[in-house]
Write a protein that binds this ligand. Structure first.
Ligand code: HBI
Ligand code: FE
Length: 281
């Protein structure tokens, strides 16, 4: 549970938002032009991702019927998720405070931006919009293992706040949920939402010779800074979702945070001793 004293340190929700920062999706207020932006982005990414995305992501995309025309209705999506993994999707105005974000995840609620990018921003924007949040994140919430991972992440996030180690968990989130790769029998596949929702980075992460792809290591990830304004220079490759879940649920993070405090950070774009490179393709 979220401690009340944490909440009082957080900024207030903006006017019109509830105490937990949620708002109505107000689906009827989307314009035809906004639905058309969703359709364009959806068509482009779904043509690109077979053979590039994790099979579990592709299965989720299918079972949740995200490819119906127009911005999906959060209510309908939540009903389908409820029957599969017990998750739901709630609308928020934009970025929400960390404690609020983690508290929603811990209760199996995924917060999604209501707004959609403008037609001139198809390739890049920094704030998470409804396309990034729904297309990138929600399909894997239909997967029981990943669904458990994200809830555990929310619970761990709340604990990290009380231990002064939010940055460690933020790094873990970034290198898995947002920019993770997974090694499948057929080759490397994408499961990170930041890559899945980006045309350019989906190609770059798998096929460009520039970035390093190294085996996931929890300590290494939590020591590594990240940048939010460019494609990643290093991607971490998990063996399987089972493995990621085991490593995160079986680890006692409190002593790990103490241990890591004595070690220097690793820059976003360098290799470190002990890194195991994973071959692309
Ligand atoms: N808010 N809407 C939204 N989406 C996020 O992904 C998000 C957030 N607030 C905080 C947050 N993420 C971070 O705490 C984590 O990425 C670590
Ligand atoms: Fe995201």
């Amino acid at each position: 549970m979220l401690a009340a004293e944490n909440l009082t340190l957080q900024p207030e929700p903006p006017p019109g938002a509830r105490a937990d920062w949620t708002i109505d999706q107000a689906w009827d207020d989307y314009t035809e032009a906004e639905h058309a932006v969703w359709d364009r982005l959806f068509a482009r990414q779904s043509a690109l991702l077979p053979d590039r995305a994790s099979p579990r992501f592709l299965a989720g995309l299918e079972v949740l019927k995200l490819g119906r025309p127009g911005v999906p209705r959060f209510e309908a999506l939540s009903e389908r998720l409820a029957g599969l993994t017990g998750w739901s999707v709630v609308a928020v105005p934009g970025l929400v405070p960390d404690a609020v974000f983690f508290d929603h995840l811990a209760q199996r609620r995924f917060v999604a931006g209501r707004f959609i990018r403008r037609p001139d921003q198809l390739d890049y924007l920094q704030e998470p919009d409804v396309f990034h949040d729904l297309f990138g994140h929600v399909p894997l919430l239909a997967d029981p293992e990943f669904a458990d991972y994200l809830q555990a992440y929310g619970e761990g996030g709340l604990r990290s706040l009380s231990l002064g180690a939010l940055h460690r968990l933020a790094r873990l989130y970034w290198r898995t949920v947002e920019f993770g790769l997974v090694s499948e029998p057929e080759g490397l596949r994408i499961y990170g939402a930041g890559i899945l929702s980006s045309h350019g980075e989906a190609l770059y992460a798998l096929e460009d010779p520039a970035p390093a792809r190294i085996a996931f290591d929890l300590r290494r990830v939590m020591r590594t800074r990240y940048r939010i304004d460019d494609f990643q220079q290093v991607y971490f490759v998990i063996h399987s979702f089972e493995d990621l879940l085991r490593q995160t649920i079986e680890t006692d993070f409190a002593p790990l945070y103490v241990e890591l405090e004595g070690l220097p950070d690793i820059a976003p774009d360098t290799l470190a001793p002990g890194d195991r490179l994973v071959e692309a393709g």
